[in-house]
Design a protein around this ligand. Structure first.
Ligand SMILES: Nc1ncnc2c1ncn2[C@@H]1O[C@H](COP(=O)(O)OP(=O)(O)OP(=O)(O)O)[C@@H](O)[C@H]1O
Ligand SMILES: [Mg+2]
Length: 234
């Protein structure tokens, strides 16, 4: 770890990622040298055609995929931490306190209510259960998930309802860095507007966002800068 004197939230340099499919004896080059430094309160949009490596880049920034080469530094509680060399324990701590990741689809767990799904990461951060449940309720309501659904497991929810629970889960924990993988893809226009407003609010409060937005208008409304991924050279 090294001291951080700047407002840098996340800095990645020359990230390359190649997948090796051992059983098929094949290699897939997904990223070839992406670099960017993002400050708190800024949004970086990742753009490019399907299959170019957008989700792969986000998963590398979340520590889900280990990069083949390059570096990723995360501002974790005021210190720049090297995510590529971090231990599993450090990565889990970074996820609990610093990085929130909204995947394209909510992973639903049978018998766990929408309210508990949103409250769980807040409790993990160390807040008491009552505060966590209150904040979970507030964000579910902001995202137009009616109170009668809060106590139900999202197994039976529509695609758009599930995704709004997912967004509430990502936002309610108030992490300083937010990763968004096509968060609004399954939302109707009014709910998309609500979600985009919440992302803009988070940004105004200093949250750094790295996001994939399939809708150009949404992307332009929130992004300060766009990184256009190029097809890797074979
Ligand atoms: N776990 C994995 N194992 C092997 N190949 C993978 C894996 N994850 C992604 N890939 C490959 O890496 C490439 C980039 O995939 P990725 O999901 O990052 O694309 P994307 O830009 O997010 O596409 P989309 O817009 O369709 O979501 C694809 O060719 C994909 O098949
Ligand atoms: Mg993707």
């Amino acid at each position: 770890m090294e001291a951080n004197t700047e407002n840098t939230a996340i800095a990645f340099k020359d990230i390359c990622k190649t997948f090796t499919l051992h059983n098929l004896k094949a290699q897939i080059k997904a990223l070839s040298g992406e670099s960017y430094t993002l400050s708190f309160g800024q949004c970086l949009a990742i753009n490019g055609p399907s299959g170019i490596g957008k989700s792969t880049l986000l998963r590398c920034l979340y520590g889900n995929y280990l990069v083949s080469s390059g570096e990723i530094k995360i501002n974790h509680r005021g210190k720049m931490v090297d995510l590529v060399r971090a231990s599993q324990r450090e990565i889990l701590e970074i996820r609990t306190h610093t990085i929130s990741y909204v995947s394209q689809f909510l992973r639903v767990i049978p018998r766990v209510s929408a309210l508990d799904i949103v409250a769980a990461p807040i409790i993990e951060k160390g807040l008491d259960k009552e505060t966590a449940l209150e904040r979970a309720r507030e964000y579910l309501l902001k995202l137009n998930i009616q109170e009668r659904l809060h106590k139900l497991p999202p197994m039976t929810f529509s695609g758009g309802e599930r995704q709004r629970v997912n967004i509430a889960r990502g936002l309610a924990r108030l992490s300083p860095i937010l990763l968004l993988d096509e968060p609004c893809a399954s939302l109707d226009f009014p709910n998309r507007q609500v979600a985009m407003e919440l992302f803009l609010n988070a940004k105004a409060q200093g949250v750094a966002i790295v996001g994939i937005f399939h809708d150009a208008e949404a992307r332009e409304s929130v992004a300060d800068v766009t990184c256009n991924l190029q097809a890797p050279k074979a």
